[in-house]
Design a protein around this ligand. Structure first.
Ligand code: ZN
Length: 888
């Protein structure tokens, strides 16, 4: 049951309109679907095939007459179909309250909700559940009025009515043809925050955010983010809101962050609700970006959608790029923009780089899948966004905007492919660095794996030339060797050793070109190319891949001296941060590789102190530069990974940074307190990030040295904090340092917030992520599985405890006694029986098992094999574990 991209065939029928009628009942919902179908004249004749899963079929009528049909696996097949247009009527039931997979129609907190992407609609009724079949939907819902007072679906409300037996009805119509994955329905007891806005075109719109009673005051930030998104998309890309009414709904049981259903976005409450008392700065930031992401899908995803699921990055890569650009524009200052970029790249390296090197490596446009839900990945989303960013780098910001206009001019209302997007951007920019190498550029969609970019510079004092030799290596990925060179835009600058930016004129250019530029973009499109800069007065320090201009691993061979120049002087904030990370990485890797204990040298510590004390750098930037690289990213640099050795080196670095800079951390903590009311803006949140980092360093150092003052102050702050960022910052400082006060703080936190599920998720997550010490964290997690508040059925809760341990706490998870892997196997199997999508995600923790050293490697293999041996595994988990075992 492998689905291949090359096997795509257009549908034999089109479904033009759908009239859906729901009689909602948690135990047995009756669905009647009346569709107008016509043959697709462009393809060969054949039977009508409809998808359906977990349905109870009651009847099938064509033009009002019953017809004979058969079922083949999950398909309903009708052989005798009229040649002309016809009406197909299907009646079936489904059982929302038993639907624990949270795909299709399900119940949560007593209400009805749907999730149809990618293939959930077939769990509601029989349909051609594929994105290239686009229909106009009319939806009638009938439900008990007292229990389900709010009835929502896509588009515009046509009518409401009272019915007998305390039931009521609502009828909705969505004028835009859409694929079934964008269908949505909500029937629940909800309240809404409402806002009317007038957009630039002069049209009025109603924005609504629906949540459970009691959560209304936590929707202000989401509403503000939505308004900002509408304004931004009109200004930046001339893309207006095309609906009279735009609705957002929060639900507590949800498999992912949110979903862009046309006019009716459905959100995980964790990606929607925020108040200063219950959400952190990071939550506020994440909500802003997810609200924007789903809103932007209205054009990039809904108006123009995907022809098939292999094209997923067409909408996801592009929409992530758009939400990243939005967040940068909202951040406003250059420094805050750089902080956004650094965070995005940190995420890419921690999640996508390992993916690209592991058992699930796949191109941005995959060639095959067993279960499409397994391909909502960091590669499709985040590497896909980097590919879109490279288009913009190659054609310029204005050129990219032109390309987007042409894309919508050509494809509005269509289901298209990544090739169509590439062609539109190229055609709008004839003669550009993109158009002249479009075929080579498109290898980014086809070749899996992270390219390595090697750079070596040579300065010739006699001729005042600097030769930069670039070489790319594309290591083989599963099923892909003999890869071709990719198109790599390399943004760069050259610095003199005292930090001056040097002009960048290439040999052979006339005097004008490059004579005064101090930053430019070279395009590497061969395996090897050299670039010769002229009129270079001194041997320069190269600042390469500025702003992370391509998703590659850069090997520039720079040593400490050069990195220190970049850390001190680079005008590119990203590379300045990168220098801080490279300095730390070199030291940690040196310790891990040599097996010797890590000792941080004075040069490094002085440089970090200089960053911390720097008069001009922003606190948010400092917090990022002083944070050590992720253990997952460090592990990627090694071939035989001993996670305990990596952790020991990072922990040692942390302790030495805490001790050596103790007085500076005291200063940083005191100097970055925030006065006045809470705002989640970049300035305030940057100050909080730095003061919380300082506090964690101070508590760590105090615990090691037996001092009780700072743990006491942290406890006080934990109790008195005016917002969740500071409260959780203080609590995590105590928990991670295993300070004596940690347990009583955890107990206090639980009793204070026991009625707020999203905060209790944080309470579980903090313990699941707590720095490991002699197995205490692991033991604690196993104990917490039995906590009355714990349940595997709620994905947020399952993630908060289990994923925190298995995914984000390598030292607690990778145990020499293999208990972590046994735990993982048990939890994957338990989750698979409830929710295969969530189980599939957890299964991916073992993607990189072949990079592990012994004894981890054998133990990991055994655990994976144990999962794979279970009969009746879901497609989701089976695909993951089989691919993992195939790496052996
Ligand atoms: Zn998306």
């Amino acid at each position: 049951n492998l689905i291949r991209r090359e096997d795509y065939v257009a549908p034999i029928f089109w479904i033009r309109t759908v009239d859906l009628c729901f009689d909602l009942d948690p135990a047995k919902t009756l669905v009647t679907s009346k569709m107008r179908l016509e043959r697709n004249a462009a393809v060969a004749h054949g039977p009508l095939r409809l998808h359906g899963e977990e349905l109870n079929l009651l009847r099938v009528l064509i033009d009002g007459e019953s017809v004979s049909f058969r079922t083949e696996g999950h398909e309903l097949v009708i052989d005798n179909v009229p040649d002309a247009d016809f009406t197909l009527e299907i009646r079936n039931t489904c059982c929302p309250e038993k639907n624990t997979s949270l795909s299709g129609l399900y119940t949560s907190g007593g209400g009805f909700f749907t999730q149809c992407e990618a293939e959930g609609f077939r769990r509601i009724t029989y349909f051609m559940d594929r994105p290239d079949v686009m229909a106009v939907y009319t939806v009638t819902m009938r439900a008990d009025k007292a229990r389900f007072p709010v009835l929502l679906s896509n588009g515009n409300l046509l009518e409401t009515a009272e019915l007998d037996n305390g039931r009521h009805l609502a009828k909705w119509h969505d004028p835009f043809p859409k694929p079934s994955y964008l269908f949505a329905l909500v029937a629940a007891d909800l309240v809404a925050r409402e806002q009317r806005i007038r957009t630039r075109s002069g049209k009025d719109h109603l924005l609504q955010v629906f949540v459970r009673r009691g959560d209304l005051e936590k929707t202000e930030h989401a509403m503000n983010s939505l308004i900002a998104s509408v304004v931004w998309d009109e200004a930046r890309f001339q893309l207006p809101l095309d609906l009279e009414r735009f609705m957002v709904v929060g639900v507590s049981d949800f498999n992912m962050g949110a979903m862009e259903n046309k006019g009716l976005n459905i959100f995980n409450t964790s990606a929607l609700l925020a108040s200063p008392a219950t959400a952190t700065d990071a939550d506020f930031q994440r909500i802003e970006s997810i609200v924007a992401h789903e809103y932007f899908h209205n054009w990039t995803g809904n108006r123009v959608t995907c022809r098939d699921w292999f094209q997923l990055s067409l909408k996801e890569g592009l929409t992530v790029f758009r939400d990243q650009e939005f967040s940068q524009d909202m951040a406003a200052t250059p420094s805050a923009r750089a902080v956004c970029r650094i965070q995005d790249v940190r995420g890419l390296r921690a999640r996508q780089f390992p993916e690209d090197a592991g058992s699930m490596a796949h191109p941005v446009r995959p060639d095959q899948y067993v279960e499409i839900n397994n391909f909502y990945t960091a590669t499709v989303y985040d590497k896909g966004a980097e590919v879109v960013r490279m288009y913009q780098t190659l054609v310029g910001r204005d050129g990219f905007a032109k390309g987007m206009s042409l894309y919508f001019e050509r494809h509005d209302g269509q289901a298209v492919t990544c090739d169509d997007f590439a062609q539109a951007i190229a055609d709008a920019n004839p003669g550009s660095a993109l158009s002249t190498r479009l075929d080579a550029f498109k290898r980014w969609y086809a070749q899996a794996g992270t390219p390595r970019l090697q750079a070596r510079g040579h300065y010739d004092a006699a001729t005042q030339t600097y030769t930069l030799a670039l070489q790319q290596v594309n290591p083989p990925a599963p099923g892909q060797d003999g890869k071709l060179p990719q198109v790599i835009p390399v943004a760069l600058g050259l610095l003199s050793p005292d930090g001056q930016a040097l002009p960048l004129m290439l040999q052979g250019e006339d005097g004008a070109a490059g004579a005064t530029d101090t930053e430019r973009v070279l395009v590497l499109d061969q395996a090897e190319q050299s670039f010769v800069f002229v009129n270079v007065p001194v041997a320069p320090v190269p600042s390469l891949l500025r702003g992370f201009s391509a998703p590659v691993v850069l090997e520039d061979g720079l040593g400490d001296a050069e990195l220190l120049v970049l850390l001190k002087h680079d005008s590119d904030a990203f590379n300045r941060w990168e220098a801080s990370q490279r300095l730390a990485l070199a030291r940690i890797l040196g310790a891990v590789r040599s097996g010797k204990p890590l000792t941080l040298d004075a040069a490094y510590l002085d440089a970090m102190r200089a960053v911390l004390r720097h008069p001009a750098l922003e606190p948010a930037f400092k917090a990022l530069a002083l944070q050590l690289p992720d253990e997952a990213y460090i592990a990627e640099q090694l071939s035989d990974v001993d996670p305990q050795a990596v952790h020991a080196a990072v922990a040692a670095a942390q302790e030495q940074l805490a001790a050596a800079l103790q007085a500076d951390w005291v200063w940083a903590y005191d100097a970055h307190q925030v006065a006045g009311g809470y705002q989640p803006d970049p300035v305030q949140s940057g100050r909080r990030a730095l003061s919380n980092l300082a506090l964690s360093m101070l508590v760590l150092q105090a615990t090691r040295s037996g001092d009780t003052v700072w743990p006491g102050r942290a406890y006080q702050r934990f109790k008195d904090a005016g917002n969740m960022t500071d409260r959780l910052g203080a609590l995590s400082a105590l928990v991670n340092a295993h300070a004596e006060l940690a347990d009583s703080a955890l107990a206090r936190f639980h009793s204070q917030f026991k009625h707020d599920a999203l905060v209790i998720d944080k309470w579980f997550a903090l313990q699941g992520r707590a720095a490991e010490q002699e197995g205490r964290t692991f033991a604690r997690v196993k104990q917490l599985l039995k906590h009355p508040d714990f349940t595997l059925k709620n994905p947020n809760r399952a993630r908060s405890l289990i994923f925190s341990l298995c995914m984000f706490n390598p030292a607690a998870f990778h145990r020499r006694d293999a208990a972590g892997y046994v735990f993982w196997a048990e939890q994957v199997l338990a989750l698979d029986a409830i929710n295969p999508q969530v189980a599939g995600r957890l299964a991916r923790v073992m993607d990189r098992w072949t990079a592990l050293a012994q004894p981890y490697r054998s133990a990991a293999r055994e655990a994976i094999a144990r999962v794979a041996a279970k009969p009746d595994l879901s497609n989701d988990v089976r695909e993951i574990v089989e691919r993992a075992l195939a790496m052996d």
